[in-house]
Design a binder for this molecule. Structure first.
Ligand SMILES: [Ca+2]
Ligand SMILES: [Ca+2]
Ligand SMILES: [Ca+2]
Length: 205
């Protein structure tokens, strides 16, 4: 019996740690307060989602600034990427560096950071905005892959001045990143008990 429980527990941990993909649940929000938290164990390599004339923001962790990157793939939209820290301050943004109007960010042109981050994927011409006095956070289209460089650079995201139109699914490919949080302990327990139940059921046959 103990042997089966141990196997079940190991299987549960293995199953969770091998799931390196986050699939958008419903629709991720467009502000830091409504960002969708990615949940899993260990490296986060892929986020799948869809845009519908809006912006999606996901929370994740940067664990290795030397290898960190995010690339937009697998979509027909003209993407933009904007990364904000936990407090909503701009870190880096890009329009077309991945080619075919798709976006790529790393720390080539800005100071490397680690920790909790928020990545926004948006359609072209979406602009993060501060307030009437300070305006945009980025002059987003030049230079590429840059830190905040407009009048609002030293303030956190407040809202979007404009949101570009475009609807399609997309994939974000990440390196040097991990999930924002591990699933609730209850999830582990439920999976462990379920697998233990299966093991017991099999043993009784
Ligand atoms: Ca979405
Ligand atoms: Ca959204
Ligand atoms: Ca683009």
């Amino acid at each position: 019996m103990k042997k089966y429980l141990l196997i079940a527990a190991l299987a549960a941990v293995t199953a969770l740690s091998s799931a390196q993909v986050w699939n958008e649940s419903g629709d991720a929000g467009d502000l830091i307060g409504s960002a969708q938290q990615t949940q899993g164990v260990g490296a986060l390599t892929t986020i799948n989602g869809s845009l519908d004339d809006d912006v999606d923001i996901f929370t994740f962790n940067i664990v290795n600034s030397a290898t960190f990157s995010i690339t937009v793939t697998n979509t027909t939209i003209d993407s933009m990427l904007y990364m904000f820290n936990a407090g909503g301050m701009g870190v880096v943004a890009d329009d077309d560096s991945a080619g075919n109007f798709l976006s790529f960010i790393d720390f080539t042109n800005v100071a490397p950071v680690t920790g909790t981050m928020n990545i926004a994927i948006a359609n072209f011409f979406s602009d993060p905005w501060i307030n009437a006095a300070n305006g945009w956070m980025w002059d987003a289209f030049s230079p590429a892959n840059a830190g905040p460089n407009a009048n609002g650079a030293n303030n956190p995201l407040d809202h979007w001045d404009a949101i570009g139109a475009g609807a399609d699914t997309y994939t974000l490919v990440l390196t040097g990143a991990e999930f924002a949080a591990v699933p609730e302990p209850a999830t582990f327990v439920a999976i462990g008990l379920g697998l233990a139940g299966l093991a017991i059921a099999r043993r009784r046959k």
